[in-house]
Write a protein that binds this ligand. Structure first.
Ligand code: SAM
Ligand code: SF4
Ligand code: SF4
Length: 348
């Protein structure tokens, strides 16, 4: 039986459900839209996500009220951190309203991941609405490389303006995520490291993953975290830093000369499933217990079918209690071919 002892949301302690491998439920990622204004080659390749691609219909997607209700229930189950993601979360209209609703839930750490393209004019209102931190994805400072990787010819300068606007609004330190794909942007690693060294922002390199089933992933395309650290360390000596908390996905490194910190997310070469406390809510209200899941659990049916908060809470606890996912630990070239759900839908 899952542990269903529930504390009231305003109390500091909450029931922490545990899965089959003893992992607590701590982090919720909410995908607020499956749409995006970019077509990053490793995430939403144009050939698949073209003009005729069937994105979710308006009535299929969870409303802000439905999302906020579920977030409150998740908080009661022990969730401490909520990350809004997508698709591109900023293409969902009036996102600040959702931020405001979630920020009212006591004890929640609220953050967001964005491609930064629309951030400049939104950063201040997000901060005012209660957003605490932000992560901006940026794969190169080279305008040509960046335009090729986002595949919609979007200029890098606009994203840099978005990052500065976020910092100026008080969302510093901004985390910058760079996915490294061999043959696309490994030459951008050092210029990115140099640019953000000493800036106060925290640059994190992500190993290219086999998410979804449309990006044609091959192990040969992965530039490993080890290679990246060696490359940067050869130019500017680095030392390892302890994690901020158990289960932190990024391995932390610090410049020995005090130039700040970088991180590597080695999801392919050093799987961290053992400590994985993450669950994902898709745009249409399906619950996924792993980024690489092939199927989800329909929470929207419960929400729209009149289930009470207690019934929904018990359903989520039961799903978590059965969880055995550890995809990255058992990844092979064969599993990479599975029909996994797309990252733009499930939320990165
Ligand atoms: N659109 C937003 C963005 O790009 O930041 C949020 C959603 S995106 C799916 C979340 C994160 O997943 C981004 O940092 C993106 O670079 C990363 N991502 C997408 N596809 C990936 C892949 N195949 N391997 C590694 N990271 C990936
Ligand atoms: Fe869009 Fe983010 Fe995927 Fe790029 S990584 S296509 S910005 S959802
Ligand atoms: Fe968590 Fe699944 Fe990623 Fe492992 S593969 S860290 S279980 S999301």
């Amino acid at each position: 039986m899952p542990d269903l002892r529930i504390a009231s949301p305003d109390k500091a302690t909450h029931a922490a459900a545990s899965d089959r491998l003893g992992r607590a439920l701590r982090d919720l990622r909410i995908s607020v839209t499956d749409r995006c204004n970019f077509r990053c080659v490793y995430c939403m390749p144009k050939e698949v996500f073209g003009k005729d691609y069937a994105f979710l219909d308006r009535k299929e997607i969870l409303s802000f009220e439905e999302i906020a209700r579920l977030a409150r229930i998740f908080r009661e189950l022990g969730i401490e951190k909520v990350r809004l993601t997508g698709g591109e979360p900023l293409v969902r209209r009036n996102l600040e309203q959702l931020i405001e609703m979630l920020a009212r839930i006591p004890g929640l750490d609220l953050t967001l991941t964005t491609n930064g393209s629309l951030l400049e004019r939104k950063a201040r209102s997000f901060k005012d609405a209660g957003l605490q931190r932000i992560t901006v994805s940026l794969d190169s400072l080279d305008d040509g490389v960046f335009r090729r990787m986002n595949d919609v010819d979007f200029p890098v300068g606009k994203v840099l303006e978005g990052i500065e606007a976020a910092a100026a609004a008080g969302l510093a330190p901004v985390k910058i995520n760079m996915v490294v794909k061999r043959g696309e942007n490994e030459a951008s690693i050092l210029p990115m490291a140099r640019h953000f060294r000493g800036s106060g922002h925290i640059l994190r390199f992500i190993e290219y993953m086999d998410v979804g089933h449309t990006n044609g992933w091959r192990m040969d395309d992965v530039v490993t975290a080890r290679e990246i650290i060696e490359m940067i360390g050869a130019e500017a000596p680095l030392e390892a830093v302890d994690p901020n908390y158990p289960g932190e996905v990024a391995e932390r490194w610090r410049y020995r000369d005090g130039g700040g910190e970088i991180g590597v997310i080695a999801s392919v070469t050093q799987a961290f499933c053992r400590d994985c406390t993450r669950i994902r809510l898709s745009t249409e209200g399906k619950l996924y217990t792993c980024l690489f899941a092939t199927a989800g659990h329909d929470l929207r049916a419960l929400v729209r079918g009149g289930a009470s908060d207690v019934e929904i809470r018990e359903a989520i606890a039961a799903i978590w209690a059965k969880r055995t996912d550890r995809y990255s630990e058992i990844r092979t070239a064969e599993t990479a071919k599975l029909q996994k759900v797309e990252m733009s839908y499930i939320g990165g």
